[in-house]
Design a binder for this molecule. Sequence first.
Ligand code: SF4
Ligand code: SF4
Ligand code: SF4
Ligand code: FES
Length: 310
Amino acid sequence: MAKIKFTLNGRPMEVESGTTLLEAARQAGIEIPTLCHHPALSDFGACRLCVVKVEGARNLVAACVTQVAPNMVVETHAPEVIEARKMILELILANHPLDCLTCDKCGDCRLQDYAYEYEVAGSGFDGERHDYEIDDSNPYIIRDNNKCILCGRCIRACSEIKGMHILDFAGRGFNTKVTPAFDVSLAESDCVYCHNCVSVCPVGALMPKELAGKARAWEVTKHEVTCTFCDFGCKFDLVKKGSEIIGVQARTGGAGRPLCLKGRLGLELVYSSHPVRKPLMKKNGEFVPVDWEEALRIRAIVNRIESLKD
Ligand code: SF4
Ligand code: SF4
Ligand code: SF4
Ligand code: FES
């Protein structure tokens, strides 16, 4: 592949054609903040937090969606870049509940990390705030749109990894939000609770319900396990507090790693110190307790084998 020469923060660099400024910076060990970018998903260029300065360009450009061009001169941390990032963080915080004290995402939240890094303690923009009802309608995901930063990662994970298209943007301007079609709750949608969306959410807007209130981020350790219920081999984390496994969390899915509820519950049954006693399945629109044979589809497989014997 053709190579392109350019200058990054005063240093000459050479990258393959098609490389984005974000990828080039990361290759050089330079960190650029990102919120809507995720390596497993297509790029969207929505949050603009990754802006950088390109000599000769009229405006700052988003590094995640701009490819390196020959002889470009790029600065990732120029004073105007830092100012723009601070302003973007302030605009996000203007409509964000600052409840880090009690938020389960505290300590593992991108917005919190960047606010700290860029010394943005709050917002100078005083305006209207949303007061959305928290969607607690199902046993697996807590959806709090008040904390959503509209990065669109969940929408892309649901459609690009799972092929489900459950979530999408709705409304306009200040009233834009992420929701299932017709603004129904997740329980009323066709969501299969694979947690692809949860695993990519950079803030506390989509959280695993089974871990809610069990531990702060810094109190847990995570140990990777591979699901063996089918050939995809999805990756999960056993979440441990001390020596106790308090839950099983989906790692981000991706090509060939779709994630599913069966895998997560099955691993919880195998590993957790306090596994879910009765799994819940949606039947006729209601969550009802079922036995593990049914939840893991073992009963259906046994029935099928028995019917083949007849
Ligand atoms: S849990 Fe899976 S199916 Fe449900 S909204 Fe999230 S990504 Fe889509
Ligand atoms: S719910 Fe999370 S992942 Fe989805 S758009 Fe909001 S902040 Fe982004
Ligand atoms: S999580 Fe589901 S799709 Fe992934 S390996 Fe396990 S059973 Fe297969
Ligand atoms: S990370 Fe580049 S625009 Fe959001």
